[in-house]
Design a protein around this ligand. Structure first.
Ligand SMILES: Cc1ncc(COP(=O)(O)O)c(C=O)c1O
Length: 363
């Protein structure tokens, strides 16, 4: 098995792979109803919410699209806070559906400043909602969502959170912090394959939904909610992934929610320390480094593409390259979901070995 250390898709433990080999069953029958009912309740625990929690058969981006089209109308003013590639993506989705998007971008590698968000909200009373990425996977930064949410809720705006690479792996207190809509994706910390987006929806968001007129069909959350009440989804779901989710959530709950978060913190520290001991420089602001993905600056004098190729082809260690403007400038290590300590030890050993290979030195 490859040592797959990208920030999603993440490796799937053997017991979950086995569960997914299930024969198909009727998605409009009692077995599916039991699966989706149980998975939803367990997810609410991890999202730390009593809000509605809906499952969509889609990747995380589908969840992001749902988080826009269900709550806004064309022309609505939206503040899109971006610290990287995925913050830019949700802003682009909102623009695509005709929202009047004010982009508030912070330097890549740093976190959003809640004071600047507060000022932006004070300067434009027309803003209806704020889009924030909790954990920016492209730069390895975790925003101070609690502080940001405080400003957004004080200003009484709708808060939409991209929690794709944070929910289930690090604390995200949906209700206590006042997050109205939170999106995650199955292939991240949940230890299961791609195929499901999870989305939580507050009462305030449902209120906004009543007048929201952006076009939607597949991602209409009122349909998802009404079908869930019958233990179903409106359209044919990714049944195997829902089964897998239930098994994964049982494993995570057995370990304990807070223990899962602590484990991610401990492993992230191990990766950060290990990488620095090899003489490499971490890319992200030290005050906001992510516990799910570590971004490392391309080592001086090293051919990054060649380094990643050798790791992949000769060492069977798969790391991620940089995205957008960071392509060729950083590499990223994913450490969310199922991350045995041994896999990290091996990754660091193989990285050390590869760094000493003469062929990756730039001429
Ligand atoms: C923070 C964040 N948002 C959104 C996405 C998009 O999710 P997907 O690739 O599942 O559509 C990702 C995926 O890497 C992500 O990390």
């Amino acid at each position: 098995m490859s040592n797959l250390r990208i920030p999603g898709p993440t490796p799937v433990p053997p017991e979950i792979q086995e569960a997914m080999a299930t024969q198909m069953f009727n998605h409009r029958g009692p077995a599916f109803s039991k699966h989706i009912g149980e998975a939803t309740e367990k997810l609410q625990d991890f999202f730390q919410t009593t809000n509605d929690l809906l499952l969509l058969t889609a990747s995380g981006t589908g969840g992001l699209e749902a988080s826009i089209v269900n709550f806004f109308s064309p022309g609505d003013h939206i503040l899109a806070v971006s610290i990287g590639y995925f913050g830019d993506r949700i802003a682009t989705i909102a623009e695509g559906y005709g929202a009047n998007v004010q982009r508030l971008s912070f330097e890549w590698g740093s976190a959003a400043d809640p004071k600047v968000i507060k000022e932006a909200l004070a300067n434009n009373p027309e803003i209806k909602g704020v889009l924030v990425t909790h954990n920016e996977t492209s730069t390895g930064i975790t925003n101070n969502l609690e502080a940001i949410a405080k400003e957004v809720t004080k200003a009484n705006k709708l808060l939409v959170v991209d929690g794709v690479s944070s929910a289930g792996s690090i604390p995200l207190l949906t209700d206590d912090w006042g997050c109205d809509v939170v999106v995650s994706g199955s292939q991240k910390g949940w230890m299961i394959p791609p195929g499901l987006a999870m989305i939580s929806v507050s009462e305030k968001a449902w209120e906004a939904n009543k007048s929201a007129s952006m076009p939607r069909f597949y991602f209409d959350l009122t349909q998802a909610k009404s079908y869930l009440e019958r233990g179903q989804t409106p359209w044919t779901p990714a049944i195997s992934i829902v089964v897998a989710l239930n098994v994964a959530l049982d494993m995570l709950m057995k370990e304990g929610r807070e223990a899962v978060f602590e484990r991610h913190h401990r492993i992230a520290n191990r990766v950060r320390d290990g990488v620095e001991k090899l003489g490499l420089t971490l890319y992200a602001d030290p005050n906001h480094r992510s516990d799910t993905v570590t971004a490392v600056s391309a080592p001086n004098g090293i051919e990054l593409t060649e380094m990643l190729r050798i790791l992949r082809e000769e060492q069977d260690v798969i790391l991620a390259t940089g995205q957008g403007p960071l392509a060729g400038k950083i590499f990223r290590v994913g450490h969310l979901g199922w991350v045995p300590d041994q896999a990290i030890n091996e990754l660091l050993e193989k990285l050390e070995e590869t760094l000493s290979t003469a062929s990756i030195t730039q001429q």
